[in-house]
Structures are given as structure tokens and as C-alpha cells.
Design a binder for this molecule. Structure first.
Ligand SMILES: Cc1cc2nc3c(=O)[nH]c(=O)nc-3n(C[C@H](O)[C@H](O)[C@H](O)COP(=O)(O)OP(=O)(O)OC[C@H]3O[C@@H](n4cnc5c(N)ncnc54)[C@H](O)[C@@H]3O)c2cc1C
Length: 504
């Protein structure tokens, strides 16, 4: 069947997707594979969103180290099919640099004993018992992120391994951040599970702490690029340089999307609109307009931004790590990765390597206000003088990338604001939200892709709930032997709606 014939089957339905990041493209991929008519509008001149890979002088740099991991074996199978021939397996070595020493991450007890010494361990043990008494026996409430970490690990380990990095990422003291982030990222992990894991030599119900992961050989952007290739091959459209400016809802499943390109302003009609753009912006773009209270809630949802410094180095290797978390308040960046340790194709030849340094910031703050060269120079000085990781003459050059809306900030009021905005959006039949900024949820790429695929299927008429993704009450780093299979992502026109939901 040719593409024209395929698309004509779904003339009555037109899904317009805002944003060509992983969530938007996964939704488009599922719809296109099932013959629905789709248009993706992307503000940037490239696809990928936060899963971007920048090419510079023969090097490739992801926007911070991105690995593929999901607990959902069906999604893994879908992913392997999508990326066939493009993947490499990477051994994970992730460490925390603290007080001049390297600690394994996730935290391993033996390693802490070896590095920190018996005095610190005894102190950490007492601190944990004290926390257990306060939070479990006396039911002290968990009001913020500091409480959440302390209840899980005790005050000493929280201070050593979590506080500095977390505060750098979010730009706020842990006392001013919601405990939700900790429960989303590390529920089920505690000093006990770490101890059990170390003592049992990893042979219990826990299958692995993700010691190996899949990675696209030529950079993480290959994942969204592969999805976009399939969408276009299926006869559907991915428009780049198309910035969405407004959404006018005329009635149920009757929506205009207004977007701007270099040629001017355009309007496109949709039965369904899928938004992956920052939720705070979406809520302010819709006509009929939101109430003042909803607009105020949207304006006060905040995102953390990111500056990545990509260093090109005349040196074979800096470290053996996939990621290194730098728990040192004196250092500008919070985390680094060495792309060559992920895939040899990320560097031009074996005599060279590179580093990506992540500087967390907020538009207009002191870090964001530095010039690109100043940020890079500060990072090089930290690497050479404070950390001694490289020598100044090994640096061949750098590029600097600024990224807005990198992290949704879970402040103490975010859940109430989110509830208000979602209530407003629920009024509009045919308007769907998905993805990380799109739902204001701390998604990894696999979550955004899973959400996108499920939403695609929901629009096709399947009885699925894409909003249930990334709400599992378990530490995300743990994969159990009894694997989770949530759904079947078998793409293709043979899939037809199973039940429920009438889609016009
Ligand atoms: C430093 C860092 C490290 C990470 N590491 C990992 C990792 O190891 N593993 C992992 O799985 N995930 C990782 N992630 C998370 C991953 O990048 C995100 O979960 C994923 O990219 C989210 O995809 P999305 O499609 O939901 O959103 P995005 O990637 O943000 O895509 C949204 C898209 O919408 C577009 N857009 C915005 N406004 C408009 C508009 N007005 N008009 C048109 N288009 C618009 C944007 O340009 C963008 O392309 C990391 C993220 C960061 C920042």
C-alpha cells in the first residue's frame, strides 16, 4: 500500500503533535504505524529535544550522558527493533567523587567502608538508627527532600552522597524541595537494601543494579531520529523550525494550532492535539483562556536549565566512568561523562577523548549570565586545579550548549499547581499532554517514549492509560528477576483497537 492510500484511510482524524522530542515522536511513530494522519511541529531545526547530540570537529556530544534503561521488557523489545544495527552495550561504572575519593553509585556498603573508614561508618550507622527511630518509630512526617533522604539513609550518608549534588541540580536547599522526587527516584532503596544487596552478593530477588545498558553507537539522538525516519517513511510530516504559538479550541476534537516558521504564521486544524511542550507554557497558550488562578499556577511552575560544556581533549582517556557525580560545592559543574567510554564512535580517533560537564542553572542566574567562554574556562580550571583530572594543555577546544526547560522543579507547592492546571486542561476533549516538560514529570527518555506510545494507542482507541507511566513505587535503578511486562508494543497495521473508547 502506498503512503497516500494509507493516509487517506484516516482523513477524518488528524493528530497534531507539539514537539519532536522522544515523547512526541513515539506518539507519532505509533500513530503513523497504524495509518493515522500525523503532523509533528518542532520549534528547533532538529529533532530530539533533550535527547540531543551535538557534532563538533569530529566529536559527538550528548546533552549530558543518556543511557537507555527500562524495566519493561516489551518496551525493550520495541526499542531493540527500532534501533536494530545501531546499538552498543555499555558497562556501567558510575561513581561519586567526594572528599577526594571515588565511591560507587549506586552506593555499595563495602566500598563506603573501604573509602570512608570505620569511624564514618559507625557514625553513619548511628545516624541511620536515629533516623529510623524518628521517622519510623515516632512517625516524624516526611515534609521535604531532606526528610526523605534522611529517613532512607540517615543524616551522614545524606550529607556525603546526596545533598551537594541534589542542591546543585535544583538550585535550592533540599528543605525547599518536595519529597516526591526522592520517592520517584529511590523508593525501596535504603541503607538496608544497600546492605542486603552487598551481603547477598546480588543473588536475591534483585536481578541487577543496571550494570550494563544499551546505547546508540552514534549518540542518543539516534533514538528520536530513528522514530522520525519511520514517521516520514510512513508518509507523515515532521516540520522543523515550527514554533507553536497558540491553540484555539473550537469544540470537542476541533482544534486549531497556530505556529510560526521563517515564512510567517500558519494555522493547522486537528482532531487531536498532543502536547509535549512545557506544561507551564501550554496552559497560557490556550483559547478559551484559563482563569487568572490557573495562569498564576502555570507561571509559578519552574524548570531548571542546563549549560553543557563539551571539551575536546588530546588524551586517550580521563576516567573509566560512564558518569561521575562531583559532590563538591566549590566546583561549577555537578556531573561529567566521557562519551568515548560509551561508544568509540563519539570521538574522531583513539588518541583523543572528550568530556561533557553539566552545569545546572536557571535563566538569568549567575551561572546562566556568564558568557559561554567564561563557563568553559571555569570548568577547565575546576578540572585542572581543584580536581586534577586533566592538564590544561590537553584541552584542544570546547563548545557550549544552553538548554532551557531541562528539569521540572518539584518545589513544595508544585503538586497543587499541577492539579489546578490539569483540571483546566481536562475540559478540552482531544487535547492530550505527554512527556517530561509536557506533564511536568521527572521522566527519563524511556518513560517519555512509553507514555508517547501508549497515548498513540489511546488515540487509536485502545483502553490504555499513558499517565500511569513513571508512577511505580519502586527504585528505578533496580530490575527484578520477575520482569515487568506492561503492554505489547507490536507496531504495525495489523493492530486494531481492542475495546472501549470510540474514536471518531
Ligand atoms: C542532563 C540530562 C541527562 C539525562 N539522562 C538521561 C538518561 O541517562 N536516560 C534517560 O532515559 N533519560 C535521560 N534524561 C531525560 C531525557 O532527556 C528526557 O526524559 C526526554 O528527552 C524527554 O523527552 P520529551 O519528549 O518528554 O521532552 P523533550 O525532550 O523536552 O522534548 C520536547 C520538545 O518540544 C519542543 N518544543 C518546546 N516548545 C515548543 C513549541 N512552542 N513549539 C514546538 N516545539 C516545542 C522542544 O524543542 C523539544 O524538542 C536526561 C536529561 C537531562 C537533561
Amino acid at each position: 500500500m502506498n503512503n497516500e492510500a494509507k493516509t487517506s484511510q484516516n482523513d477524518s482524524k488528524h493528530v497534531v503533535i507539539l514537539g519532536a522530542g522522544p515523547a512526541g515522536l513515539a506518539c507519532a511513530h505509533e500513530l503513523a504505524a497504524n495509518d493515522a494522519r500525523v503532523t509533528v511541529l518542532e520549534r528547533n531545526g532538529y529533532v530530539g529535544g533533550l535527547c540531543r547530540t551535538v557534532h563538533d570537529a569530529g566529536y559527538k556530544f550528548d546533552l549530558g550522558g543518556h543511557r537507555w534503561f527500562t524495566k519493561n521488557e516489551d518496551l525493550n523489545n520495541w526499542f531493540r527493533r527500532l534501533m536494530e544495527g545501531h546499538l552498543v552495550m555499555v558497562q556501567r561504572i558510575s561513581r561519586i567523587y567526594y572528599g577526594g575519593k571515588y565511591y560507587m553509585y549506586p552506593v555499595a556498603l563495602g566500598d563506603v567502608i573501604k573509602n570512608a573508614g570505620i569511624v564514618t561508618i559507625v557514625k553513619a550507622g548511628f545516624a541511620f538508627i536515629w533516623a529510623a527511630v524518628r521517622y519510623s518509630v515516632f512517625n516524624r512526617p516526611i515534609k521535604n527532600m531532606q526528610d526523605a533522604y534522611t529517613a532512607q539513609f540517615g543524616a551522614t550518608l545524606y550529607e556525603m552522597f546526596f545533598r551537594h549534588y541534589t542542591e546543585k541540580v535544583w538550585g535550592k536547599p533540599c528543605e525547599e524541595l518536595s519529597a516526591d522526587w526522592v520517592s520517584q527516584r529511590s523508593k525501596g532503596l535504603s541503607i538496608w537494601s544497600v546492605a542486603r544487596e552487598s551481603l547477598s552478593n546480588r543473588k536475591t530477588e534483585v536481578k541487577s543494579l543496571i550494570e550494563e545498558f544499551m546505547y546508540p553507537r552514534d549518540g542518543y539522538v539516534r533514538i528520536p531520529e530513528r522514530m522520525a525516519e519511520d514517521v516520514v517513511r510512513a508518509g507523515q510530516r515532521v516540520l522543523l523550525g515550527a514554533a507553536v504559538k497558540g491553540i484555539v479550541v473550537h469544540g470537542p476534537k476541533d482544534i486549531d494550532v497556530v505556529y510560526a516558521t521563517s515564512e510567517g504564521e500558519h494555522t493547522i486544524r486537528a482532531t487531536d492535539v498532543v502536547s509535549t511542550i512545557p506544561l507551564s507554557l501550554l496552559a497560557q497558550m490556550i483559547t478559551p483562556k484559563a482563569s487568572d488562578a490557573v495562569v498564576a499556577a502555570a507561571r509559578s511552575l519552574s524548570f531548571r536549565d542546563l549549560i553543557t560544556v563539551n571539551l575536546r581533549l588530546r588524551r586517550k582517556q580521563v576516567s573509566k566512568d560512564t558518569w561521575l557525580y562531583v559532590q563538591d560545592a566549590r566546583v561549577l559543574f555537578g556531573r561529567l561523562h566521557e562519551p568515548k567510554n560509551w561508544s568509540k564512535a563519539m570521538v574522531p580517533d583513539d588518541d583523543h577523548t572528550s568530556l561533557v560537564l553539566e552545569c545546572f542553572c536557571t535563566l538569568g542566574d549567575t551561572i546562566w549570565s556568564l558568557s559561554d567562554d567564561d563557563v568553559a574556562r571555569r570548568c577547565v580550571a575546576d578540572l585542572t586545579e581543584k580536581l586534577g583530572f586533566i592538564k590544561p594543555d590537553e584541552v584542544e577546544g570546547w563548545s557550549v550548549v544552553r538548554t532551557r526547560f531541562a528539569y521540572p522543579v518539584y518545589d513544595l507547592e508544585y503538586a497543587d499547581k499541577l492539579a489546578q492546571i490539569n483540571e483546566f486542561l481536562r475540559r478540552f476533549e482531544g487535547l492530550h499532554i505527554v512527556g517530561r516538560g509536557g506533564t511536568f514529570r521527572y521522566n527519563n527518555a524511556d518513560h517519555s517514549i512509553e507514555m508517547g506510545l501508549l497515548l498513540g494507542r489511546k488515540i487509536l482507541g485502545f483502553d490504555v492509560d499513558h499517565m500511569g507511566v513513571n508512577t511505580e513505587p519502586e527504585y528505578q535503578e533496580i530490575k527484578r528477576a520477575d520482569k515487568i511486562e506492561r503492554d505489547h508494543y507490536q507496531l504495525g497495521a495489523h493492530l486494531r483497537p481492542r475495546v472501549t473508547q470510540q474514536v471518531d
